[in-house]
Write a protein that binds this ligand. Sequence first.
Ligand SMILES: Nc1ncnc2c1ncn2[C@@H]1O[C@H](COP(=O)(O)OP(=O)(O)OP(=O)(O)O)[C@@H](O)[C@H]1O
Ligand SMILES: [Mg+2]
Length: 99
Amino acid sequence: MLSIQHVKKQYNRTQALKGVSLHIPIGICFGLVGPNGAGKTTLMKILANVIQDFEGNIQYEKVNQKYGYVPQEICVELTLTALDNLYFFGKLYGLKGKA
Ligand SMILES: Nc1ncnc2c1ncn2[C@@H]1O[C@H](COP(=O)(O)OP(=O)(O)OP(=O)(O)O)[C@@H](O)[C@H]1O
Ligand SMILES: [Mg+2]
Protein backbone atom coordinates (compact mmCIF):
# COMPACT_ATOMS: atom_id res chain seq x y z
CA MET A 1 0.00 0.00 0.00
CA LEU A 2 1.23 3.47 -0.86
CA SER A 3 -0.52 6.49 0.52
CA ILE A 4 0.40 9.99 -0.64
CA GLN A 5 -1.30 12.79 1.27
CA HIS A 6 -1.40 16.47 0.32
CA VAL A 7 2.11 16.47 -1.16
CA LYS A 8 3.40 19.89 -2.24
CA LYS A 9 6.74 20.79 -3.75
CA GLN A 10 8.04 24.27 -4.55
CA TYR A 11 11.16 24.86 -6.69
CA ASN A 12 12.02 28.53 -6.19
CA ARG A 13 9.09 30.26 -7.94
CA THR A 14 7.57 27.12 -9.49
CA GLN A 15 5.01 25.17 -7.55
CA ALA A 16 5.58 21.71 -9.09
CA LEU A 17 3.08 19.85 -6.88
CA LYS A 18 0.06 21.61 -5.43
CA GLY A 19 -1.29 19.03 -3.02
CA VAL A 20 -1.27 15.53 -4.52
CA SER A 21 -3.17 12.78 -2.73
CA LEU A 22 -3.25 9.16 -3.93
CA HIS A 23 -3.97 5.83 -2.33
CA ILE A 24 -2.56 2.81 -4.20
CA PRO A 25 -3.41 -0.60 -2.74
CA ILE A 26 -1.02 -3.57 -2.84
CA GLY A 27 -1.12 -5.53 -6.11
CA ILE A 28 -2.25 -2.61 -8.22
CA CYS A 29 -0.31 -1.58 -11.31
CA PHE A 30 -0.76 2.19 -11.26
CA GLY A 31 -0.09 4.52 -14.19
CA LEU A 32 0.76 8.13 -13.43
CA VAL A 33 0.13 10.22 -16.54
CA GLY A 34 0.01 13.93 -17.20
CA PRO A 35 1.24 16.64 -19.57
CA ASN A 36 4.84 17.86 -19.63
CA GLY A 37 5.60 19.73 -16.44
CA ALA A 38 2.69 18.23 -14.50
CA GLY A 39 5.03 17.05 -11.75
CA LYS A 40 5.29 13.29 -12.41
CA THR A 41 9.09 13.14 -12.12
CA THR A 42 9.01 15.37 -9.06
CA LEU A 43 6.61 12.97 -7.36
CA MET A 44 8.76 9.95 -8.31
CA LYS A 45 11.85 11.70 -6.93
CA ILE A 46 10.01 12.31 -3.66
CA LEU A 47 8.98 8.63 -3.50
CA ALA A 48 12.58 7.56 -4.23
CA ASN A 49 13.85 9.88 -1.45
CA VAL A 50 15.92 11.92 -3.91
CA ILE A 51 13.89 15.01 -2.95
CA GLN A 52 13.48 15.38 0.80
CA ASP A 53 12.25 18.96 1.17
CA PHE A 54 8.54 18.75 0.44
CA GLU A 55 5.30 19.24 2.32
CA GLY A 56 2.78 16.50 2.99
CA ASN A 57 3.00 12.90 4.00
CA ILE A 58 4.00 9.59 2.35
CA GLN A 59 3.21 6.23 3.90
CA TYR A 60 4.31 2.78 2.66
CA GLU A 61 3.16 -0.54 3.98
CA LYS A 62 6.46 -2.33 4.37
CA VAL A 63 5.69 -5.64 2.68
CA ASN A 64 8.79 -5.40 0.53
CA GLN A 65 11.33 -2.78 1.46
CA LYS A 66 13.07 -2.83 -1.90
CA TYR A 67 12.14 0.00 -4.19
CA GLY A 68 13.08 0.26 -7.84
CA TYR A 69 13.00 3.39 -9.97
CA VAL A 70 13.34 3.22 -13.75
CA PRO A 71 13.55 6.72 -15.23
CA GLN A 72 12.18 7.65 -18.63
CA GLU A 73 15.63 8.31 -20.02
CA ILE A 74 18.53 6.04 -19.12
CA CYS A 75 21.46 8.06 -17.83
CA VAL A 76 24.25 5.63 -17.06
CA GLU A 77 27.83 6.25 -18.14
CA LEU A 78 28.43 3.58 -20.79
CA THR A 79 32.22 3.57 -20.37
CA LEU A 80 31.87 2.47 -16.72
CA THR A 81 30.79 -0.89 -15.33
CA ALA A 82 27.40 -1.20 -13.59
CA LEU A 83 29.14 -1.20 -10.20
CA ASP A 84 31.23 1.86 -11.05
CA ASN A 85 28.07 3.66 -12.16
CA LEU A 86 26.57 2.96 -8.73
CA TYR A 87 29.69 4.33 -7.01
CA PHE A 88 29.72 7.37 -9.28
CA PHE A 89 26.08 8.36 -8.74
CA GLY A 90 26.27 7.44 -5.06
CA LYS A 91 29.17 9.86 -4.62
CA LEU A 92 27.29 12.58 -6.48
CA TYR A 93 24.49 12.18 -3.94
CA GLY A 94 26.92 12.28 -1.02
CA LEU A 95 26.94 8.57 -0.09
CA LYS A 96 30.06 7.33 1.68
CA GLY A 97 31.51 4.10 3.01
CA LYS A 98 29.10 1.16 3.33
CA ALA A 99 26.16 3.26 2.19
N1 LIG B 1 15.14 21.11 -10.45
C1 LIG B 1 14.15 21.95 -10.80
N2 LIG B 1 14.26 23.26 -10.55
C2 LIG B 1 13.27 24.12 -10.88
N3 LIG B 1 12.10 23.75 -11.44
C3 LIG B 1 11.94 22.44 -11.71
C4 LIG B 1 12.95 21.47 -11.40
N4 LIG B 1 12.52 20.24 -11.77
C5 LIG B 1 11.30 20.45 -12.29
N5 LIG B 1 10.95 21.75 -12.26
C6 LIG B 1 9.66 22.34 -12.70
O1 LIG B 1 8.63 21.70 -11.95
C7 LIG B 1 7.50 21.42 -12.77
C8 LIG B 1 7.25 19.91 -12.77
O2 LIG B 1 8.32 19.28 -13.46
P1 LIG B 1 8.45 17.68 -13.58
O3 LIG B 1 9.75 17.42 -14.23
O4 LIG B 1 8.20 17.04 -12.25
O5 LIG B 1 7.22 17.33 -14.55
P2 LIG B 1 6.93 16.01 -15.42
O6 LIG B 1 5.47 15.73 -15.25
O7 LIG B 1 7.88 14.93 -15.04
O8 LIG B 1 7.24 16.53 -16.90
P3 LIG B 1 7.70 15.67 -18.20
O9 LIG B 1 6.45 15.01 -18.74
O10 LIG B 1 8.21 16.73 -19.15
O11 LIG B 1 8.76 14.69 -17.80
C9 LIG B 1 7.84 22.01 -14.14
O12 LIG B 1 7.29 23.32 -14.17
C10 LIG B 1 9.34 22.05 -14.16
O13 LIG B 1 9.83 23.07 -15.00
MG1 LIG C 1 9.29 13.74 -16.14
